[in-house]
Design a protein. Structure first.
Length: 210
């Protein structure tokens, strides 16, 4: 039973984290740029650590019952993700080099890297919607021991995903930084983000019962 709850937390969290386009796009780009990849991945994981635990052990239940908060977070998430989707699409079809390809302009100090990672993570309403609301609401029926295993599963997924994405991009940066490949990545990112936007709109309509 405990293994099942661990795996439930793992796969639920993994499916949600993989869909957070703006954050993953940032991790991917920093990996390709070989720019303080460890700190980028670590900050993303630590943010998830705090938000997931907050969702599972209390805050998630409060948010789940507050329609106004749900509507606000979802609406902001739609705007935030839409902005990044459009930005990625413009970058992909621009006559200039892709944002990803312009690696020489992506080198930041460790301090600036950490600040940017915090901003791209914590200013993204979609992150709160998934980590706090969805993950938290999924653990409402669990007792304390079950919540611990669910949390461990969720956090394991977050750790594995971010470090695999960041260091995987760094490992294959020579290939991924080619202009044509970087434009394809931008298009892929845009498609994923537009899909996320549609999902959020559907969720918002469900909340409003339209």
């Amino acid at each position: 039973m405990q293994n099942f709850i661990f795996l439930k937390g793992f796969f639920l969290s993994l499916s949600l984290i993989m869909a957070i386009g703006a954050q993953n796009a940032f991790v991917l780009r920093q990996g390709i740029a070989k720019n303080n990849v460890f700190y980028v991945c670590l900050v993303c994981f630590l943010c998830d650590f705090v938000l997931i635990l907050a969702g599972i052990f209390g805050v998630g239940e409060v948010i789940a019952k507050n329609v106004i908060v749900n509507v606000l977070i979802t609406a902001l998430g739609i705007l935030f993700v839409s902005y990044y989707a459009i930005t990625a699409l413009i970058s992909a079809f621009s006559t200039k080099n892709s944002v990803i390809f312009e690696i020489e302009h992506s080198k930041f100090s460790i301090k600036k890297t950490i600040i940017l990672t915090l901003c791209i993570t914590l200013l993204n309403p979609h992150v709160y919607l998934d980590t706090v609301f969805v993950v938290g609401a999924s653990a409402l029926t669990f007792d304390m021991k079950e919540k611990i295993f669910f949390a461990l599963g969720s956090l394991s997924a977050s750790f594995i995903w971010f470090f695999s994405l960041g260091f995987g991009a760094k490992k294959f940066s020579h290939f991924l930084s080619k202009p044509i490949i970087s434009k394809i990545i931008d298009i892929f990112i845009a498609i994923i983000m537009f899909f996320v936007v549609l999902t959020l709109i559907k969720f918002l309509l469900k909340i409003l019962e339209i």
